[in-house]
Design a protein around this ligand. Sequence first.
Ligand code: 13P
Length: 248
Amino acid sequence: MARRRIIAGNWKMNKTPSEAVALCNELKDLVKNDAVDVVYCVPAIDIVPVVEAVKGTNVHVGAENFYIVDNGAFTGEISAPMLKDAGVEYIIIGHSERRDIFGENDILINQKVKKAFASGLTPILCCGESLALRKADTYKEWIERQITWDLDGVTADQVKKLVIAYEPIWAIGTGETATADQAEEVCGLIRSLIAKLYDQATADEVRIQYGGSMNAGNAAELLSKPNIDGGLIGGASLKPDFGKIVNA
Ligand code: 13P
């Protein structure tokens, strides 16, 4: 079945609100493509101005983080209803930077996936192995374990709407991209795992992205692979190059 391509930028901790609006205006004409879902996942403080700046365009807005409770005494956190009310549609969950720098584990990540669906947000669930696991040739088991834990109790109907991003940690921000064959191997493995955990129809619908030093030069080859339905892009999402990835 034909899955709709999804190209998402992960702006990480970049762009002040006024810089964010300027970037939206700079990219506006470059990211036009009716055949692709285009998403900007932006810092919390940029969400309101970015939602306003992309009004009337094909761009959807995502957030980079949230907490699993709707409101209350959680200093510094932001909730799913807040994001939803501001116009957010997608939410990145389980990024390796949140796992490794902020200590998020698969129990919390699983709670976040369920809470996102319950709140009407579409999760972009990230997984990926370290260089040590890649070298030890245990990366397949690692990815299967992450996905199995993160999707515990998530229904097939929800998984059909889910986006999974395979982001090998050794390829993030390093300029060292996984080869198209390496990326396809793991994206195919993830799809097979979804078929095993759920069924083939669910596996055929779930969208799987590659992320890690994806750029205007390597996007077309990565996106030509049968199990790669899109990209989650860091550095190159902050530049006009992002338009070339959308239209690769
Ligand atoms: P880079 O594209 O900068 O390697 O970042 C990838 C990433 O972490 C996207 O979530």
